[in-house]
Write a protein that binds this ligand. Structure first.
Ligand code: FDA
Length: 305
C-alpha cells in the first residue's frame, strides 16, 4: 500500500514541488543522491574511491521529450567523462546510461548515436558505459544497440532483469568472453505474460541467471541488496573459481553501506551506483517506495495528500 503510494508520488509534479522545497527532503535526498551537480558527483566518487569502492555514475533524467533535451544529456555525460579522466577517477569510475534519456522514445537511431558519442568519450577516458535496462517494451531495442556498440566498444555493459521470463535466454547469449553483464531483479512493473510476479519466482530466476553468468565466460556484475542473493553470489564466485577482477557486486548509493564495506573488505570488487542531477525527486520516491518505513517527513507529506 505505502509502496504504491510512493510510486504514484514519483509521478506527481505537485508533490514534487512540495517535497523539493522542504530543506529536510534535500537532506534525505543526499542519502541516496550525490548532489545536483557534476562537481558534487566527482567529490562523492572520490570519497567512495578512498573507501575502496568503484562507482558507476548516473545522470538523473526523468523524462526526455525533445531532441534538445537528449542532446543536453549526451553532452553532460561526455563532459562528465572528461572530468572523471582529468581527476584520475577512471578507470574505476564508469557511467550508467538510460537510452530513454538519450531520446530512444523520440528517435531510436539518434539515441544510438548519442550512446556512441558517450562510449567514445568513455574509451578516451579509459573506462566504460553500462546501458541501464528499462521496461520490457525496450529490451530488444536496447540489446540491439548494445551489440552494435560492442562492435567498436566491446566493454559496453548490459543490464538484464531477472524478473523477465526471457532473461535466462539473454544471459546465455550474453555470457561470452569479457561480456560485462549486470544482473538485477528488475525495477519496472511488468505484466504476467512477460515477467514473474512473485518475489520467490524472481529470486529463483535470479539464481538461475547467476549460475549461467558465473559459469560462463563473461564478467558478471551482481546488482542486489538482498542478503540471500549476495551470499549465493559469493558462493558461486568461489564455486566457479573466479578471482577478484573476474566479477563484481553492485549496490545503490546509500543502500546498505555497511554491506558495501563488508564486501569490499572481503576482497570483492564493489561498485556503487551513484546518481546525481537536479531531477532527483522521482529517484528518491522510488528508493523510499522500496522501504517506506522510517522515512518520516516525506511519508507524512505523501500520505496526507
Ligand atoms: P529487494 O528490494 O527485493 O530486497 C530484498 C532484501 O534486500 C530485503 O528484504 C532486505 O533484506 C534487503 N534490502 C533491500 N533494500 C534494503 C535497504 N535499503 N536496507 C536494508 N536492507 C535492504 N533495475 C532495472 O530495472 N534496471 C536497471 O538498469 C537497474 N540497475 C540497477 C543497478 C544497481 C547497481 C542496483 C543495485 C539495482 C539496479 N536496478 C535496476 C534495481 C533493481 O532491479 C531492483 O529494483 C532493486 O535493486 C531492488 O531489488 P534488490 O535486489 O535490492 O532486492
Amino acid at each position: 500500500m505505502l509502496r504504491s503510494l510512493f510510486i504514484a508520488a514519483a509521478g506527481s509534479s505537485r508533490l514534487e514541488r512540495l517535497v523539493e522545497s522542504a530543506p529536510v527532503s534535500k537532506g534525505l535526498a543526499r542519502r541516496f543522491v550525490a548532489g545536483s551537480s557534476a562537481d558534487e558527483a566527482l567529490r562523492v566518487s572520490r570519497e567512495l574511491a578512498d573507501d575502496g569502492l568503484a562507482v558507476t555514475l548516473d545522470h538523473l533524467v526523468e523524462d526526455t521529450r525533445t531532441i534538445e533535451q537528449a542532446v543536453t544529456v549526451r553532452d553532460e555525460y561526455v563532459s562528465l567523462l572528461g572530468r572523471l579522466r582529468d581527476s584520475g577517477l577512471t578507470p574505476a569510475a564508469e557511467v550508467s546510461v538510460k537510452l530513454s534519456a538519450l531520446g530512444q522514445r523520440i528517435d531510436e537511431k539518434l539515441a544510438r548515436e548519442h550512446a556512441h558519442a558517450i562510449c567514445a568519450a568513455a574509451a578516451e577516458a579509459g573506462t566504460s558505459v553500462t546501458l541501464d535496462a528499462e521496461d520490457h517494451t525496450t529490451t530488444d531495442a536496447t540489446l540491439e544497440t548494445l551489440l552494435a556498440l560492442r562492435e567498436e566498444f566491446p566493454n559496453t555493459g548490459a543490464v538484464l532483469q531477472a524478473h523477465l521470463r526471457r532473461t535466462e535466454g539473454d544471459c546465455r547469449e550474453l555470457s561470452t568472453a569479457k561480456s560485462r553483464v549486470r544482473l538485477c531483479k528488475g525495477a519496472y512493473s511488468e505484466p504476467e505474460s512477460v515477467a514473474f510476479q512473485s518475489a520467490l519466482d524472481v529470486d529463483k530466476s535470479f539464481v538461475r541467471c547467476l549460475n549461467i553468468l558465473m559459469s560462463g565466460e563473461g564478467y558478471p556484475m551482481v546488482a542486489t541488496h538482498d542478503p540471500r542473493l549476495i551470499a549465493i553470489g559469493e558462493d558461486r564466485a568461489r564455486w566457479f573459481d573466479r578471482s577478484t577482477g573476474e566479477y563484481e557486486f553492485q549496490l545503490l548509493y546509500g543502500v546498505r553501506p555497511d554491506e558495501q564495506a563488508r564486501l569490499a573488505a572481503g576482497g570483492h570488487t564493489v561498485r556503487v551506483y551513484l546518481p546525481y542531477g537536479e531531477q532527483w525527486y522521482g529517484y528518491l520516491m522510488r528508493r523510499i517506495a522500496e522501504r517506506p518505513a522510517g522515512m518520516g517527513f516525506v511519508a507524512k507529506v505523501v500520505t496526507s495528500r
